[in-house]
Design a protein. Structure first.
Length: 239
C-alpha cells in the first residue's frame, strides 16, 4: 500500500532506473514535508544550492570529507525534492526548470574544481579540467539539440527512433543494467561523484567519470548530426 502511495510522487521516467527510484523513495518523506509547509520549488532548489556551497566550504577550507558528504547528499535529496514538489503542486515552469538544471551543471563543474583543489596534483588537475570542459560542452550541446529538435516537431531522443536502437543483445544488457543504473543516476551521476574524494581510488573513479562524459558527448554529437541533416532535408533554419 505504501509503495502505491509513493509511486504517485515519482516521475514515471525515473521508475525504470532502480538506483534512482531508490533515491526518490528516500527523498519523498522530505518532499511531503515541504508540500505541507507550502515551500516553493525554486526555494527548495535554492536550499539545495546553498547546501552544495556549504559542502564545497568543507572541502576547500574545512578539510572534512564527512561534512562534505553530508551536505552534498543533502543537496542531492533537496534537488530531487524540488522536482517532486513542482509536479505534485502543479508549479512547473520553464523558468524553474532552467534554474534547476542550470545550477545542477554549475554544481558538478565546481565539484570537479573542488577535487582538483583538494588533491592539488597534476593528474587530478588534468582530469578535473578535462572532465569539466567536456561536461560543459555536452550541456551546451544538449540545449542546442533540444531547440533544434523543436524546429522539427519531433523528439530526437525517443526510443522509437530506430537510428539509435541497440541491436546487439550484450549492448542492450549494458545499457539497461549499467548505463541506466550508474551513468544516469540523477541525470548526471551526482551521487557517484562523492567517491572522487576517496583517495585510494579517486584517480580510477575520475577516469571512469571522464569515460562517461565522453561517451555521452559523442552520443549527443551523433544525435546533433542526425537532427542537422533532418533540418537540411526539410529546408529549416535555426538561429
Amino acid at each position: 500500500m505504501k509503495r502505491i502511495i509513493y509511486d504517485e510522487y515519482i516521475n514515471p521516467a525515473r521508475k525504470v532506473i532502480p538506483a534512482l527510484y531508490f533515491l526518490y523513495i528516500m527523498a519523498i518523506p522530505l518532499a511531503i514535508l515541504f508540500i505541507k509547509l507550502k515551500f516553493k520549488p525554486n526555494l527548495i532548489t535554492t536550499l539545495s544550492n546553498i547546501s552544495a556551497l556549504i559542502s564545497y566550504y568543507f572541502i576547500l577550507l574545512g578539510d572534512s570529507i564527512f561534512l562534505f558528504s553530508f551536505f552534498w547528499i543533502l543537496a542531492l535529496f533537496l534537488d530531487i525534492c524540488d522536482g517532486i514538489v513542482s509536479r505534485k503542486t502543479k508549479q512547473t515552469s520553464p523558468q524553474g526548470s532552467f534554474y534547476d538544471h542550470f545550477t545542477d551543471q554549475i554544481k558538478i563543474i565546481l565539484l570537479f574544481l573542488s577535487a582538483g583543489l583538494y588533491y592539488d596534483s597534476t593528474v587530478t588537475w588534468f582530469l578535473s579540467f578535462l572532465s569539466s570542459t567536456i561536461f560543459l560542452l555536452r550541456a551546451l550541446l544538449l540545449y542546442m539539440l533540444k531547440y533544434r529538435s523543436k524546429l522539427l516537431a519531433f523528439e530526437s531522443q525517443s526510443s522509437k527512433d530506430t537510428k539509435y536502437k541497440l541491436n546487439n543483445s550484450l549492448l542492450k544488457l549494458i545499457k539497461r543494467h549499467l548505463f541506466n543504473n550508474i551513468f544516469l543516476i540523477m541525470g548526471q551521476f551526482n551521487i557517484f561523484l562523492i567517491f572522487i574524494f576517496v583517495e585510494a581510488i579517486h584517480i580510477y573513479i575520475f577516469i571512469f567519470i571522464l569515460f562517461i562524459i565522453i561517451f555521452n558527448f559523442i552520443n549527443e554529437l551523433k544525435k546533433m548530426n542526425y537532427v542537422n541533416s533532418k533540418l537540411q532535408d526539410n529546408n529549416l533554419k535555426w538561429n
